[in-house]
Design a protein around this ligand. Sequence first.
Ligand SMILES: NC(=O)c1ccc[n+]([C@@H]2O[C@H](COP(=O)([O-])OP(=O)(O)OC[C@H]3O[C@@H](n4cnc5c(N)ncnc54)[C@H](O)[C@@H]3O)[C@@H](O)[C@H]2O)c1
Length: 465
Amino acid sequence: MDVAVLGATGDVGRQVCTQLIAGGLLTPTSRLQLVGRPDGGSRSAAFGLRADLVDAFDERAPLIDVALQPDDVVADAVVATAGRTAPAKVGVSGDRAALAADNLEVFRSYARSLARHGSGKEVVIVVTNPVELGVAVMAEALGRHRVIGMGAWLDTLRFRREIAVSLGVRRHRVGGFAGGEHGLRAVPLWSTVRIAGLDEAERRAAVAHLRGGRTLDALPAEVAAAKDLLDDVAARDVGEAFAQVDAMPADLRVITRPWMTHQSGAKTASSTAAATVDLVRTLLDGRDIVVAGQVALDGEVPVPGRVLGVPVILGPEGWSRVVLDPLADDEERLLTASGEAVDAMLHGLGVLPPEVEDPVVGHAAATPPDVAPGAEPRWEVEVEVRAADEIGTVAMLTSVFASRGVGVESLATTSSADGAGGADGAGGAGTVVVAFRAGGRRARDIQRTLERLAAVRHVVVRRGV
Ligand SMILES: NC(=O)c1ccc[n+]([C@@H]2O[C@H](COP(=O)([O-])OP(=O)(O)OC[C@H]3O[C@@H](n4cnc5c(N)ncnc54)[C@H](O)[C@@H]3O)[C@@H](O)[C@H]2O)c1
């Protein structure tokens, strides 16, 4: 699989790149595209980041490319981390409306390019804030099922962790989701919480104990009061501010701990990248898995909000379905407030609902309407290899195509006439000729990946044969 990280040299982008490679998600036959801006510091830093990543992970690094124009982005999964962030400073609260207005153009420029030049199949994971704005813009351009915001997955992992901490168990024993608008208006969905090893009655008792008689109706006021308190305390002692967070109820901590972490100056790059990489892993995994994410809704949830964080089924081609049982009354009220806030932001910025709906997820849904299936140009690639007669060689070559969703139309193998293997004297050298259909960028990407394989000596690509 090929992954492009928009804003790769930023704090989150850099962490995403590092975790993708360190976690073994990107193998040497895949490609990581570091996307920066042609102007500003990210231009030179993108080249430096590539050198640094190769330095760190040479043996297992994927092909790492730099792209400085939105039109040059090509990947199966696009992680959007480009854009401005709120100030990471105690006592300074950012202007969210200004942040949204600034990042809108970033979202639009990549959405336009992906719609025009993309494969029609790439899945976009939006990290940049406001996540809901990014999802709305990208979904409008690419189709809603191919776009997911990772904020709700991060909020979900935080919710599970805070419950686990309160119960004295490990996070993986806790299930459940947080939804709504990412950040200060996240909605911890207590009705979805499950705890491994506890039966229904025990779970209800544990949840009731953790909630301490509070409902979500109190949460917005509690968040506002906590921010004031933490600002005050952190101005004197940030350590003491974190101690104050520890003393708060679990669902309030879901919101206040990351807020304090960001304000402290550390920001939340590691956890954000870990949650993002989780979603990339799900895309790679090939199975449908339930995660939470911000998605463009079409009436699936009985509350306002054109884009909201909800549990969805995510698979290699995007998300397919919202999976949300009937909500408790206080959850519905808070989700409604969250949805109204998202709609007000989108309306204020003139971001309109998608005009064309794509009700089917999968290849048919992903094919842009103006591209007939099979309309992509045909290519023939001639690969000179060191051991054409080895099954492993052919499998390795075909995996370069398969992992990019490119079908091989024909494949022919010939051994070299002398059988001596040429310059390095190895036996079984020869040529493998593969015909396939793909866009020009994809074909170049395949050529470059093939050229990097140790078993490959030379690659020639011809169009239209
Ligand atoms: N969704 C979440 O859970 C979550 C969590 C943390 C941060 N974020 C958001 O992620 C974004 C990035 O955060 P960060 O801390 O890495 O910020 P950062 O300032 O460290 O990095 C942003 C990067 O984006 C680049 N950039 C800006 N415009 C660009 C463009 N048009 N094309 C390519 N690159 C461009 C900048 O050069 C910079 O390298 C912010 O919007 C932040 O609010 C989201």
